[in-house]
Design a protein around this ligand. Sequence first.
Ligand SMILES: [Zn+2]
Ligand SMILES: [Zn+2]
Length: 455
Amino acid sequence: MCAEFAWRSDRTDSGGRMCRPQRVLAVQAVRGGVLTWRSEEMNERARFWVALISVVIVSIASGVVSGLDSPWRRPGEPRWWKGNLHTHTLWSDGQAFPETVVSWYKRSGYHFLALSDHNVLQRGERWVRLADHPQLRWAYDAYVEEFGPEWVESRRRDGVCEVRLKTLDEFRTRFEEPDRFLLLCGEEITDRSQNRPVHLNASNLLELVPPQHGETVAETIRRNVLAVYEQRQRLGRPILVHLNHPNYGWAVTVDDLVQVPEVRFFEVFNGHPAVNNEGDAEHPSVEEMWDQVLIGRLRNNPEDILYGLATDDAHVYDRDGGNAPVPGRGWIMVRARYLTPREIVQAIERGDFYASTGVTLSDIEVSADAIRVEVAPNPGASYTIEFVGARKMADGGISGPEVLKRVTGTEATYEFQGDELYVRCRVRSDCPPARPISAGDREMAWTQPVVPSVQ
Ligand SMILES: [Zn+2]
Ligand SMILES: [Zn+2]
C-alpha cells in the first residue's frame, strides 16, 4: 500500500424512509462473506454478540431484500432475481475499484450484476495511477478499508503510486454464491455515428466486441447488435445485447429503432442524470419512444417486440445521490428457476422480467385472455396501475398509444378485447425513490409489452 494514500474519508449510508421496508443493512462491512468490525476497542464477548446479532440481521435482511422468495420454495421453481446490467468501474470511467462496486450491489440485495465498462472486459493487466484523478483518493481509501492491504496490489513507478485492477476471474470468487449472487461478464460497446453517442451493452459475452461503426446511427446499432449475435452463434452461449440511453445526446430516434428490429431490448430507464429519460420540449420521453417504436414495428410484424430494462449506469460510489450517477436507481427483476447466466439471459429473452425504480411486483400473469399484475406494496404507499397499448382500427390504421385501463390499488387485470396491437403495464407509486434524479420522481415498475395474437 502506498502510504500517502492511507487516509480516511467519511462515507454515509442512505437513511430509511416511511415508504419502503427498513433494510437492516447498516451493519458491518462484509468481506467475502465474513463479517468484520470497525471498532478495534470491542472486547471478545462484545464481538461474539455483535457477530451473532449481525448474522441474524443479515439473514433477515437477505430475506427482506429477496422479497418474494418464500422459504418453502422448492428448488427449481421460478422466483424473482434482482439485477443490474449496466455499471462502471475503474476499468473505464467508473470511480471505484470493481470489488467496491460489486460489494455495494451484493450488500444492497441484488442477485446478479454485470460490470459493463466502455470497450473493455475486466481482463489482462491494468494499473491505475492514483495521482491521475483526485477522486481516486476516495476509491483507494474505500478499497483498502474494505478489502484490507493484503488484497490490494500496489507499486511505485516514477514516484507515483499505482494500483493493479483485479480481473473479473480474480475477484468473482470473493462474491459469487449459489442462489445468492452472480456476476456476468459485461461490456458497454461504446460507438459514435454522425457525431452522436451510440452505446449498447452486451451481457454474458466471452470475447470483447469492438465498436463496429456505421454511416448512420441505425446502421451502427445494427452492426453492433449483429456482432454480438455472431459471437453468440459461434460460441453457443446466450448473450444479451441491449441499446442504452437512447436520449443521451439525443442520439437515437424512434425511426432508428423501427428500422433496426434486430435490437430487442433497450433502456426505458437509465439512472444517469445526463441521459434525458424524460425528454424535453422537442424530444419524446424514452417511455413515449417505446410506444411509438412498438407501433412502428408491430404493425408490420407482430414478432418485432421491444422490451424495456431499467439500469443504473452508475459511475460514482462515494455519495448517496443528487446530480451524480450513483447506484441503486434502476434494476430489473427476472423470473427464472436458477441463478445462472443461461437461465437469467433466457428468461429476459422470453420477456419474463420487469423494470423497476422502486416498485416491487409479486406477480405478473399473462394468458391468452388477460394480463394480471399484483404489487407487493410498501407500507404507506399507494399505487396506480395503468395498462398502456394501441388498438388496430377497422380501416387498417392504429389508434393510440393510450391508457386502456387505470386502477388505483395493488392488483389489476386487463382482459384483451381482441383489437390490441400490444398491451403493457406500468405501475406508479406515490412515493419518491430512495435516490431520485429529479424532485418529482416517483417509484415505478414497467412490465413487458404483450402482443395478444402471439400469446
Ligand atoms: Zn453509455
Ligand atoms: Zn454506461
